[in-house]
Write a protein that binds this ligand. Structure first.
Ligand SMILES: [Zn+2]
Length: 73
């Protein structure tokens, strides 16, 4: 199970896989909890919850703490 590097949710799924012949060389994951997407071949500073800048973490249990950038229609 792959956990989201932004919110630590386990609600993740594989969106796309890059292949070279029969071999999978990268995968793109998507988090259903916070809508983050990432490729597993990105640097640890981007895809590791522990290594990412804590400023960019998302707490999905408290959405009201985030301001709305694009108002929902
Ligand atoms: Zn997430």
């Amino acid at each position: 199970m792959i956990h989201c590097p932004r919110c630590q949710s386990a609600e993740t799924r594989i969106e796309q896989e890059g292949r070279e012949g029969e071999q999978i060389i990268w995968s793109i994951y998507h988090c259903a909890a916070c809508s983050f997407s990432w490729r597993d071949s990105e640097p640890e500073e981007s895809i590791s919850y522990a290594r990412r800048d804590p400023y960019f973490r998302v707490d999905t249990s408290a959405p009201d703490q985030y301001r709305i950038v694009l108002p929902p229609e």
